[in-house]
Design a protein around this ligand. Structure first.
Ligand SMILES: NC(=O)c1ccc[n+]([C@@H]2O[C@H](COP(=O)([O-])OP(=O)(O)OC[C@H]3O[C@@H](n4cnc5c(N)ncnc54)[C@H](O)[C@@H]3O)[C@@H](O)[C@H]2O)c1
Length: 316
């Protein structure tokens, strides 16, 4: 298939691109490198020689993206490019909506212009529902986001439904839990697993925001990649949670990573941050039925693999 991956130089996108190229697909990445890194795409050299990979250094909001695809039919779009940080969205909700809503509309327009049959969108299962009434939260639960980021993901979904009805594109959305694994930015504000590992490798104290008893659903990036690959051939217009259904507190997570890394220092604590939930875990039953997907990687195994990767690859 000819597949466009927006945000393909990012954490999840670059892991996905490697896998799609390995399967023999032809991939075009659109990324403005605002948080992604070209280094994440170093594994694509062979595919580039075979003309199966191209990189467009373009902002998804820009008309240049539409021009770049003119006359180049595509089979599928996997849309990952986003302003992905809850706290950035709280500080700058206009910029968040600009990228996540207007950017998504432009990507949908490109899909409609280029004969795309299948559009796979990315939402946040940890943010679109707000504080859930029961856990694990299913797709039937009301979506009442507590942050501008959650709102922008929800609004983008309405445009996706519009393009689906109007242009006959099959649009599925994967609502991801907290994804972790190789290539996540260890020096950013989001991505607690990568941040803890990065700090410990640097011999620095880790900070837990709040009392650490808040819980999250941590899902390994390879399992998330499996879900996108399955969504290329299964499902039609579905909104599906992608998570493990299991809650892990940030204190438990810290201890798990510290044990794997033989790190004995206690974490520091700081006040909880705006826009953060107390508890969440996602019921991925629909993805089980529709995509035949379930997570394969235990938290222990995923953390060990992630630590190994950062030990070999972390550069500041
Ligand atoms: N990582 C998680 O735990 C998680 C959880 C839920 C949802 N998501 C969603 O998954 C997607 C990928 O997130 P990630 O964790 O890989 O983040 P990331 O920051 O590593 O990747 C996002 C990519 O999008 C690119 N990008 C951002 N704005 C752009 C723009 N205007 N034009 C073109 N490219 C742009 C960035 O350069 C980056 O490469 C996002 O949509 C995010 O909201 C992530």
């Amino acid at each position: 298939m000819r597949i466009v991956v927006t945000g393909g130089a990012g954490f999840i996108g670059s892991n996905l691109v490697d896998s799609l190229l390995e399967e023999g697909h032809t991939v075009t990445v659109v990324d403005n490198l605002s948080t992604g890194k070209f280094d994440n795409l170093m594994g694509v050299k062979e595919a580039a020689k075979e003309n199966r990979f191209s990189f467009l250094h373009i902002d998804i909001r820009d008309d240049a993206m539409l021009a770049a695809f003119k006359g180049k039919e595509q089979d599928a779009v996997i849309h990952l490019a986003a302003q992905p940080d809850v706290r950035v969205s709280v500080k700058n909700p206009v910029m968040d909506a600009d990228v996540n809503v207007l950017g998504t509309i432009n990507v949908l327009k490109m899909a409609a212009d280029n004969g795309v049959k299948r559009f796979i969108n990315t939402s946040s299962g940890g943010c679109v529902y707000g504080e859930p009434e029961s856990i694990p939260v299913s797709e039937e639960a009301p979506r009442r986001p507590d942050s501008p980021y959650g709102v922008s993901k929800l609004v983008a979904e309405e445009y996706i439904r519009y393009f689906e009805r109007t242009y006959g594109i099959s649009c599925s959305t994967l609502a991801l839990a907290n994804v972790y694994g190789p290539r996540q930015n260890a020096f950013g504000e989001a991505g607690v697993v990568a941040i803890f590992i990065g700090k410990i490798l640097a011999g620095e104290e880790c900070t837990i925001f709040g009392n650490g008893e808040q819980t999250r659903d941590f899902v390994y990036v390879d399992d998330v990649v499996d879900a996108y690959r399955a969504a290329l051939s299964r499902g039609d217009g579905e909104f599906m949670n992608i998570g493990t259904g299991l809650q892990t507190s940030v204190n438990e997570l810290y201890q798990g990573i510290a044990d794997i890394m033989d790190w004995e220092e206690a974490a520091a604590y700081a006040p909880a941050r705006d826009g953060e939930l107390d508890h969440i875990a996602l019921d991925a039953g629909r993805a089980g039925k529709v995509l035949k997907w379930k997570p394969r990687t235990s938290l222990q195994d995923g953390l060990s693999r992630t630590v190994d990767w950062y030990r070999q690859n972390l550069r500041r």
